[in-house]
Each structure stands twice: as structure tokens, then as C-alpha cells.
Design a binder for this molecule. Structure first.
Ligand code: ADP
Length: 495
């Protein structure tokens, strides 16, 4: 509960109290004023009525009796009339003559005071009355046929009215205080509830500031505070998702930095490998050049040198060619003209170009090709197939087998290039796609391999949105599987 004397609870409770006290006071004043006005009206009407009746009686007696002067009439009949009228009205009655002299009194011991000013008003022909504590003295002129006959004074008690007025006053005071008190208590409880909700919202905002986000709205209400709570909850979710995406971006950035560092490392390694690969044939050529300088006449050496220098030169050329192609791919300026190509035709063409080599190595070629259209650069596709078939020949065994399958499946064309031979151990199936990696360096060297063929092939395949991998084959054949998205899908739609 808030202890702050300047807190919202106390401020609003005080305001409620002020409003209630003001409202109760105004209401009480209006009610009391109404009662007082009504009592006065009733009293005036009642006394007027009684004085009219009394005056009528006096006038009748005057006009029906012997014609006396008003003073003589009052002197003669005043006391008798006062008693008679007092008995009829049930009130003390006093009768005055036109000179203001008392001529009759129904209760000589009872009506005592002459309210001189009020009497003078009545003698002047006007009704007048005076209130004194619980008594009202009412003076009414009695008109005869020739003018004023005298004045009748009625005395009545208004104690009952005063009692009623005080009773209502007390009632209003008690009910007003009770209502104010009850209003205060209820207002205080209500405000405590509101400020508790506000405090919860404040705590929610604080926990958001501490990066503890809300899992649900903190309040269960449908008013403005509920709306505010909903907005705070939404804000918390937005901030949370923004932070998550920021963290995501940060980790992506971190990954990119790591990848760049790895690339840098690979680049350094690549340059080291290149230098090494270039050095070997150059060293060999230099060695033969030195030998020829020393033993230039040796015919056998000349033949051997010519053969080896040619081989090493070819190797150097091939190496340079592949490095250039790889670097062109890395820098994205390798020419790429995508067009509609039938994989079956491309594979058959590659096979026919390698017929000589196949015969030379006494290899059998089994083809099982399905026509499939893809969108690819014809030149790079040719390069991929030639490279893979060349490897299948190079790393085969004499009298071995090459199997070439292609078929469509799930919007892709799958191409399998399989060959017998020493194979690729499981742990090297990914490594063979790294530059300069060779499973058996001696064999690669003998066959003029550089370890740059498959990295180039993978780059070319991926550029055409394809995928290449070495997979398991139950028959024990080395199996390269390539898949390219089809140009025309199974359902006949163009991509
Ligand atoms: P290389 O120029 O040495 O042939 P590649 O990148 O084409 O380089 O191949 C990398 C290595 O993968 C080769 O040295 C070889 O050991 C292995 N390899 C590639 N293709 C085959 C295959 N069809 N059968 C067996 N081993 C293969």
C-alpha cells in the first residue's frame, strides 16, 4: 500500500471527500430551506384562514347589531368576541380597537405581549406577524362597512414545526456524515486498487528496462488501465523480438567474420599450396636443364629430358589454367550464359569425347540416361561432366567399369557417375572438394592430377544451383551424385 502522503491514493481520496462534503452540505441546505419555506407557507395559510374566519364573524356581529362606532363596538363586545373566537380557533385571541387599545383577550394570563410594530401595521390595514422562539403573533386588520373596526391578534405555537426542522437537520447531519464516511472508505479502497494496478504497470516497465520481458499482460481488466497494460505488453514483445533479431544479426555477423577469417586462412593455405605445386615441376625442369648442361651429349638423357620437361610443362600449363578458372569463379567474372540444356545430350557428348581414353584404359561404359531439361551454362556443364568422367577413368582399374545414370525425381535431375577403382575413403568424401587435396598424392602426380579439379567442379555445379557429393554405394563403386533443378517441373510448369 502506498505510504506517500502526496500519492495518488491520498490525493484522490481527499478530492472525493471534498466533493462528498460539498454535495452533502448543498443538499442539506436545499432540503432545510425547502422545509422552512413550506412550513412558513403552511403557517401563513392556516393563520390567514383563521383570521379571515374571525374577521368575518366580527364584521357580521357589527353589521347585524345596533350601529355603534367601531370604538364603542369593540369596547362593548371585544372581550366576548375574543373568548368566542379563541374557543372557535383553539388559539389565544386578542382584540384591539382602532386606537390599538386591547378590548378583549381570550386568555388574559396567556397572551401577554403586544408586538407594537406589528400592531401598527395591522392598524394601517396590513397583515403582520412576529415570530418569537416557538410562538407566532399574528395581527390581522378587521374591516367594517365604513373602514377599520379593529385588529385581531392570534397567537400560535410553532414548536412542532421547529422540532420537525431540527429532527430533519439531525437526520441530514447523521446521514450526510455516514455517506461522506462511507464514500471516503469506498473511495480509498477503490483508489488503492487503482494505484495497485498502476504499481504493477510500473514494475512491469521496470522489468522491461532490466531486459526481463513479459510473457503475458500483468492486469486482467477491460478499462483504460487494461488498454495501457495491453500496450505495455505489446511494447515488451516488440522490444523482445527486436532484441532477438538484433542478437540474431549479431551472431550472423559473428559467423560472417569467422567465415572471412577462415577464408583468409584458406587463401593463405591455397597460395602456399600453389607455390608448392608450381615449384615441383619447375624444380624438375631446372634439374633436367642442369643435367643437359653437364651431359648434353647423352642421347638417352636428351630423350628422357624432352619427355619429362614436356610432361612437367603440360602440368604447369594445366595448373595455371585451373588456378585461373578457380580465381575467375571466386571473383564472379567467369562467363555464365544460362540456357536450356538436355542433360542426356550433354552427358552423351562428354562420353563421346572421352571414347579414346576409355578404350586406352580398356574400360566398360554403361549408360542409362533419361532426358531432362535444365537451365545451365553449357560450357560449365561440359566442364563438370568431362572432369568427373576423366576422374572416373583416371582413378579406375584396368578393365574396370564406369556407370552413368540420370533420372528425374522431385523437380530435380539426378546424375550418378560411378566407377570401380581404389575409391575414396569415407573421411575424405568432403575433403576431395578442397583445393589441392588428393587421396593418394603419388597416384595423382603420376596421372597429372593437381587436386584442383573437384573444387572447380563443385563451384561450377553450385553456380547452376546444383549440388554435388560423394555418396555410399552398396556395390562398392565410387559414386558422385549431382542434382540440378529441372527447367520444366514434373507438373509441366516452367521454373
Ligand atoms: P586431381 O587433379 O588430383 O584429379 P581432383 O580434385 O579432381 O584432383 O580430385 C581430388 C582427389 O579425389 C583425387 O586426387 C583422387 O584421389 C580423388 N578422386 C577424384 N575422383 C575420383 C574417382 N572417380 N575415383 C576415385 N578417386 C577419385
Amino acid at each position: 500500500m502506498s505510504r506517500n502522503p502526496f500519492g495518488l491514493t491520498w490525493k484522490l481520496t481527499a478530492a472525493t471527500a471534498l466533493v462528498l462534503v460539498t454535495a452533502v452540505a448543498i443538499l442539506s441546505l436545499l432540503v432545510l430551506h425547502g422545509i422552512r419555506t413550506d412550513q412558513t407557507r403552511q403557517l401563513e395559510e392556516s393563520l390567514q384562514h383563521q383570521s379571515d374566519t374571525a374577521a368575518l364573524h366580527v364584521r357580521q356581529l357589527y353589521v347585524t347589531g345596533t350601529r355603534l362606532t367601531p370604538a364603542a363596538f369593540m369596547a362593548q363586545y371585544g372581550q366576548e368576541l375574543a373568548v368566542e373566537l379563541g374557543a372557535a380557533a383553539g388559539l389565544p385571541v386578542v382584540i384591539y380597537d382602532t386606537a390599538g387599545q386591547e378590548q378583549g383577550n381570550s386568555a388574559p394570563a396567556g397572551v401577554r405581549r403586544i408586538e407594537e410594530q406589528a400592531l401598527q401595521h395591522a392598524l394601517a390595514g396590513q397583515i403582520a406577524y412576529v415570530t418569537d422562539n416557538d410562538l407566532v403573533e399574528y395581527f390581522s386588520p378587521v374591516q367594517g362597512p365604513n373602514g377599520l373596526l379593529g385588529v385581531i391578534q392570534l397567537e400560535t405555537s410553532i414548536k412542532g414545526q421547529h422540532d420537525f426542522y431540527r429532527y430533519i437537520q439531525r437526520l441530514l447531519l447523521i446521514s450526510g456524515s455516514s455517506v461522506t464516511l462511507l464514500g471516503l472508505v469506498l473511495g480509498y479502497l477503490f483508489m488503492t486498487r487503482q494505484t495497485a494496478a498502476l504499481r504493477k504497470l510500473k514494475e512491469a516497465a521496470y522489468s522491461i528496462r532490466q531486459n526481463h520481458f513479459l510473457s503475458s499482460p500483468v492486469l486482467k481488466r477491460r478499462d483504460e488501465l487494461g488498454d495501457l497494460d495491453g500496450s505495455i505488453y505489446e511494447m515488451s514483445r516488440t522490444i523482445e523480438s527486436q532484441i532477438v533479431s538484433l542478437e540474431d544479426e549479431q551472431s550472423k555477423l559473428q559467423l560472417a567474420v569467422e567465415k572471412l577469417q577462415l577464408l583468409e586462412q584458406q587463401q593463405k593455405q591455397f597460395i602456399g599450396n600453389i607455390s608448392h605445386e608450381f615449384k615441383t615441376p619447375v624444380t624438375s625442369i631446372r634439374a633436367y636443364a642442369d643435367l643437359l648442361q653437364l651431359y648434353g651429349d647423352d642421347v638417352h638423357l636428351q630423350q628422357d629430358a624432352a619427355k619429362n620437361i614436356t610432361r612437367e610443362a603440360e602440368r604447369l600449363t594445366d595448373l595455371i589454367d585451373r588456378v585461373i578458372r578457380l580465381s575467375q569463379l571466386e571473383s564472379y567474372d567467369f562467363e555464365n550464359i544460362p540456357e536450356e540444356v538436355d542433360v542426356k545430350n550433354a552427358l552423351e557428348e562428354a562420353c563421346s569425347r572421352l571414347q579414346g581414353k576409355l578404350r586406352q584404359h580398356q574400360l566398360q561404359l554403361h549408360l542409362n540416361l533419361e532426358s531432362a531439361l535444365i537451365c545451365a551454362d553449357r560450357e560449365s556443364l561440359n566442364h563438370v561432366f568431362m572432369n568427373l568422367l576423366d576422374n572416373a577413368i583416371k582413378y579406375n582399374e584396368p578393365g574396370g567399369l564406369i556407370r552413368l545414370n540420370s533420372f528425374q525425381a522431385n523437380g530435380y535431375v539426378q546424375i550418378m557417375i560411378q566407377n570401380t577403382g581404389s575409391g575414396i575413403p569415407l573421411e575424405y568424401r568432403e575433403k576431395v572438394f578442397e583445393p589441392f587435396f588428393t587421396v593418394n598424392p603419388d597416384r595423382s602426380r603420376l596421372s597429372g592430377g593437381t587436386g584442383l579439379g573437384l573444387p572447380l567442379v563443385r563451384q561450377l555445379v553450385e553456380r547452376q544451383h546444383g549440388r554435388i557429393e560423394v555418396i555410399d554405394d552398396p556395390g562398392g563403386l565410387t559414386t558422385f551424385r549431382i542434382s540440378y533443378p529441372l527447367w520444366i517441373t514434373d507438373s509441366g510448369e516452367k521454373l
